[in-house]
Design a binder for this molecule. Structure first.
Ligand code: ZN
Ligand code: MN
Length: 250
């Protein structure tokens, strides 16, 4: 039983953590991740990072938000595939605002939003900005971060030793996410080798054409993924988050 999950705490246990603790809100999506990974990859990764960081810093992990903003063809495969269940931008902004409003009313001063779905970022930033833009005190404070932006350059070199890194948009269901899933929940990773090499268009068309992305749903190769690379990412990202939270929430 995990003692860092808010849903496992009584209200009294939860209340005791508020004053000095850090609340971590994991946000993912439910979205196709190719033939080798489950639909919940982004949510699974967000929650696993949140739980490890919570253990390091004495935090509380809020229930994971398992729906996200619309998957885009050039960063998630888009709406073409079954199992990609998306929110409108305004819904995600309102949802995030409502949840944050409640946590702030409970008295949280330090909140980390751990995002793991590429397309969410601007809408999460909008929700936080609409809530805090008129605040004149430094606290309560919200840190909004994507795990992939917090991998050190030296770790990137070790990860992309066999294939070159293209972009985080194309990394959907590719080496980084596959390696993280092999590390966090290997029982959910299929063995089918994925080796796409998709050159995305430099523009978008609407309605989204059925042929916009490879039929596998992957945008780039997952070759050379491993649980060991997953471990490298986790240790590096968690270390970097400890530094960030120490600095921002001091
Ligand atoms: Zn993903
Ligand atoms: Mn995603």
């Amino acid at each position: 039983m995990n003692r860092f999950l808010m849903s496992n705490l009584t209200w009294k246990e939860y209340q005791e953590k508020i004053k000095m603790g850090i609340l971590i809100i994991p946000i993912g999506s439910i979205e196709q991740h190719g033939p080798h990974l489950p639909l919940g990859v982004d949510s699974e990764i967000a929650e696993n990072f949140a739980l490890i960081i919570a253990e390091k810093v004495g935090g509380v992990v809020a229930p994971t938000l398992t729906y996200g903003y619309k998957s885009q063809p050039n960063s998630g495969g888009g709406p073409i595939f079954p199992g990609t269940i998306d929110l409108n931008g305004s819904t995600l902004i309102d949802l995030c605002k409502d949840i944050l409003t409640e946590f702030l009313a409970d008295g949280w001063q330090r909140i980390l939003i751990m995002n793991a779905h590429y397309e969410n970022e601007a809408f999460l930033a909008e929700a936080v900005d609409l809530l805090l833009r008129n605040q004149t005190t430094p606290f309560p404070k919200v840190v909004l971060a994507n795990w992939w932006d917090n991998i050190s350059a030296s770790t990137m070199t070790k990860l992309y030793d066999e294939v070159e890194f293209r972009s985080w948009a194309l990394e959907h269901a590719a080496l980084a996410e596959t390696s993280l899933m092999m590390y966090f929940c290997p029982e959910l990773v299929g063995s089918e080798p994925i080796d796409e090499d998709f050159i995305p268009p430099t523009y978008q068309t609407f309605p989204v054409p059925k042929t916009a992305v490879p039929a596998s749903g992957c945008l780039y190769t997952a070759k050379s993924s491993s649980a060991e690379k997953g471990r490298l990412i986790v240790e590096d990202v968690v270390r970097n988050f400890e530094v960030i939270l120490g600095k921002e929430f001091a």
